[in-house]
Design a protein around this ligand. Sequence first.
Ligand code: NDP
Length: 342
Amino acid sequence: MGNKVLVSGATGFIAGHTIERLLAAGHEVVGTVRNPADEAKLAHFRTMPGAERLQLVAADLTDADPFSAYTDVDTIMHMASPYRPNVADAQRDLVDPAVQGTLSMLRAAAAQPRVRRVVLTSSMAAVTDEPDGRVLTEADWNNKSSLTRNPYYYSKALAECAAWKFVARERPGYDLVVINPFLVIGPSHTSAVNTSPEIFINIIKGVFPAVLSLNWGVVDVRDVADAHIAAMERPKAAGRYLCVGDAMSMAEAVALMRAEGFGAKLPRLSMTGAIGTAVMKAFSYTQPVGTGSYLRTNLGRTLRFDASKSQNELGIHYRDAATSLRDTLADLARWGHIAKSV
Ligand code: NDP
């Protein structure tokens, strides 16, 4: 017998793959969306095997009690959270929906004895916003972000922290398992462009003036979905899980894009040395708050991490970054977001 699973933010990039897997495995899924009448955003679900077991319902994270009507389920995957680096009002547009939405979900679940586990999609943003070359593990917390410094990171760190405090204080009947994905790439179920793959579209379109000293921890969306499923299925899953396959530098990404035929507008100038990094940090002040603070806290930094907990306890065999990026580029081209140079 399958579980009944509530997935918030069903329209999302990660949620699409997760719901596809849940349906394929025979589970019943209730997906929350902001607008169930937006057929264009939901069409991909109609053709998924098992679609008859998917119910889409309305919920907004900022509503007073968005989830209580839907928590008669075995498992909850709370994925909905605004993912945008630049917003008009970071408190209103990022922090409030992230924190209030998480607490609303945990409260609603606590009132429903059927719920055995809540899987929260947190982020590497709750782990660090300024990699310093140390090997990051589940013990690391980002306590540097603020409303003006990497505000999206701030929203994710606050939301995850609030979640752990809630379960420690309220001792609900479910346990909390947290997935902390790094930069998620890979194929999408829809033409919508997620904030993470958008970085690669921008590089290909020539938005970046030069190759910068940036490093990303990359994870394939299909592996992130698998991690959520394993977090639900494995009774012993507990705590946080860094969810990341490989590190990739911007220089490596640009070389791969060139080899794949997307070379026309790729940056040729390299500014990966100390002087280039200093120049780009000065340039970052001309950028919107989110982009600017991201550049200042990440340029010239080495990103190292240990994802062995998710490999050992959730059984995830991560795709390598080059494979994921190749699949991402093919998918972005399929949707018409990028084109090969002739
Ligand atoms: P998407 O931007 O694709 O999805 C975000 C989802 O959250 C959408 O379904 C969106 O709904 C929903 N949402 C946003 N604001 C609200 C709101 N006020 N009320 C209800 N729903 C809302 O992002 P991802 O799939 O990438 O992200 C899913 C989760 O994974 C998020 O928690 C994100 O922080 C986290 N994450 C993502 C990473 C990545 O690289 N993509 C890395 C690490 C963590 P709508 O369609 O209506 O806008």
